[in-house]
Design a protein around this ligand. Structure first.
Ligand code: HEM
Ligand code: HEM
Length: 533
């Protein structure tokens, strides 16, 4: 520790910072943190959008808690929305109507809260895709992928519990589906829903319980995990796209203080402004049009919020009446299969970084991102996953697709069932081919330059097109990537080849058999010599 005091600062800000520093020694940490460099790329804004929408959600959500009543006690609505006057509904719904019509600024807060929630999950989803397609999850960031993944699941849980709070028709329909799904779980299902709903659906407890989850437990976990997530971003340093001067060992960008902090601060207000504008002008969840929950209509044309669509779609695509009666219990495969499908899909996304690390056997640290084309199989797997998700998502609107386009419901469902299996396969094959073709193109450009369209006649009479070589700046991006080749199956020190080793070798072949080898120094030199002749 040093006893030398910093030169006394004048001015209010200076004096205040001296006061703070003398009592906390915080200046060292601020200096250290402020010098951190953050690279610049639009796709790195997605994580920031997620962060800022969470702040907006916290602010508006706190406002809503002042007025919302998490109670299912029946009341007769007496607020100022005339068409519902005198109608029986829960205190939760009545208070949400009050927030919308009788509390100053209430509707705006509700709408901003809801729009920010949609943006929150959307930005997380896109952020996750950015991290996936660029290979940012590779060592040392696998753990941060796992933390992020927990955030993704927590965000969906937050959204679902929030959506259920107003206790209107849409809330009830959503909860009814959850009730049905839990009931369909063998052996334990009935007991779990009784526990959850405090008796038979809908009971009188669920809104209160969801409320504790929504405003206390889940946000606390989200907050803890976001802090952990960002700590890891700082510890690992941010990745960067390949480009001039960028290597696995450095980070090229702006220091956090003052440049990045100013940019990020400005960006927060931009995000807040856009969400506030949408919240102020575009209606969302007008519960007064739906009324209180009523189980009688066959289809209310209701839709969950977008991020729950894939789960709803999975339920719709499974053939109905798939049931067996075993050991005195009904096994509802039409529920168990979609639930398993979703669990496996999410588990696969969670585990992907670890599987890829095992297949490649790559123990190096990676701070340079992959261009998606340079990892064709990963990119293709991502495209297959996105297609699978998209088909499930479309299935959540199967009834609306049928009524909108005047086609039969069975036709829509059957088409989507086929697409769910065939779509990802086609997406995989096509994406992999495109990625390999792009790699070939890069190779060609690197070795032979661009075609200029300028034809010259050589002294011998021969016509030839002049090619323009890349400058060093552009070349950097094309050559700076790591390549993987299939691993060879070699006996272990005991002289054995185990089943695990075989599986790893065949997965490695699946990943890297079709590959365009990067241009070697030798090839490049030859190409240059050739060009000079
Ligand atoms: C509440 C949700 C989340 C927030 C607020 C958040 C925020 C951030 C921020 C601000 C960054 C740095 C800037 C950037 O690269 O965009 C970042 C990086 C990262 N995030 Fe997230 N994130 C969230 C969810 C996720 C999810 C769902 C995943 C993956 C499953 C994930 C994985 C990562 C990884 C691996 C990095 C490091 C990327 C790199 O250095 O290139 N995050 N996150
Ligand atoms: C990531 C976190 C969150 C998400 C995704 C989320 C999402 C939602 C959604 C979609 C609704 C239904 C809104 C509507 O009526 O149209 C809702 C309601 C509500 N949320 Fe949140 N929320 C989150 C965090 C919070 C937090 C932290 C609080 C409190 C501090 C909060 C307080 C409330 C309250 C009181 C309601 C009921 C009032 C109403 O429905 O208008 N929320 N939330």
């Amino acid at each position: 520790m040093s006893n030398v005091t910093a030169p006394a600062q004048t001015g209010v800000v200076g004096k205040f910072s001296n006061y703070l520093d003398e009592r906390t020694s915080i200046s060292g940490a601020v200096k250290e943190f402020g010098r951190k460099v953050f690279p610049d790329h639009w796709s790195f804004l997605l994580g920031e959008v997620a962060l800022y929408s969470f702040v907006i959600i916290l602010l508006t959500g706190s406002f809503l808690t002042f007025f919302f009543q998490a109670s299912m006690t029946p009341v007769n609505y007496e607020g100022s929305y005339v068409p519902l006057k005198g109608i029986e509904m829960s205190a939760a719904m009545a208070s949400t109507l009050d927030i919308s019509f009788d509390i100053r600024g209430g509707l705006l807060m509700r709408q901003i809260h809801h729009w920010a929630a949609l943006l929150f999950v959307a930005s997380i989803g896109l952020h996750m895709l950015r991290v996936f397609f660029t290979g940012a999850f590779r060592k040392p960031r696998e753990l941060n992928w796992s933390i992020g993944f927990v955030l993704f699941v927590l965000a969906m849980a937050e959204g679902f519990t929030g959506y259920s709070l107003p206790d209107d028709l849409l809330s009830g329909n959503g909860l009814r589906i959850i009730d049905g799904m839990v009931l369909g779980l063998p052996v334990v299902g009935t007991w779990i829903t009784f526990l959850l709903f405090g008796g038979e659906f809908p009971g009188s407890d669920i809104v209160g319980r969801l409320y504790s989850l929504h405003i206390l437990l889940l946000p606390a976990f989200v907050l803890i995990f976001i802090v952990l997530h960002l700590m890891f971003v700082i510890i690992h340093k941010h990745t960067q796209y390949p480009g001039p001067g960028k290597t696995e060992e450095n980070v090229v960008g702006f220091p956090i203080l003052p440049v990045y902090a100013a940019k990020a601060g400005g960006f927060f207000f931009l995000v807040f402004g856009v969400v506030a504008l949408i919240g102020a002008t575009v209606t969302i969840n007008p519960i007064w049009n739906y009324g209180p929950y009523d189980p009688s209509p066959v289809s209310a044309g209701t839709q969950p919020d977008w991020y729950i669509g894939f789960a709803d779609g999975a339920l719709r695509l499974v053939p109905p009446h798939l049931e067996t009666y075993w050991f005195g219990y009904t096994w509802s495969w039409n529920i168990i299969i979609p639930v398993l499908l979703l669990v496996v899909f999410l588990a696969a996304a969670f585990a992907y970084p670890f599987v890829e690390a095992w297949v490649t056997g790559d123990k190096r640290e990676h701070h340079l991102l992959d261009r998606p084309r340079n990892a064709p199989v990963r990119t293709a797997i991502g495209a297959a996953g996105v297609t699978f998700y998209a088909v499930l998502w479309a299935a959540a609107s199967s009834d609306l697709i049928a009524t909108h386009f005047k086609v039969t419901m069975e036709g829509v469902i059957n088409t989507l069932q086929i697409l769910l299996i065939v779509g990802p396969i086609i997406a995989f094959v096509v994406t992999k081919r495109i990625a390999l073709a792009l790699q070939k193109k890069d190779r060609e450009i690197l070795l032979h330059g661009f075609e200029t369209g300028r034809i010259v006649r050589l002294p011998g009479g021969e016509f030839t097109e002049v090619h323009q070589q890349l400058d060093a700046y552009d070349r950097w991006q094309l050559v700076s990537y790591n390549d993987n080749a299939p691993i060879m199956l070699r006996p272990n020190p005991q002289g054995k080849i185990t089943g695990g080793m075989r599986m790893r070798a065949s997965l490695s072949r699946f990943f890297f058999e079709d590959r365009i080898a990067p241009v070697t120094q030798e090839e490049y030199k030859q190409a240059l010599e050739h060009a000079h002749h």
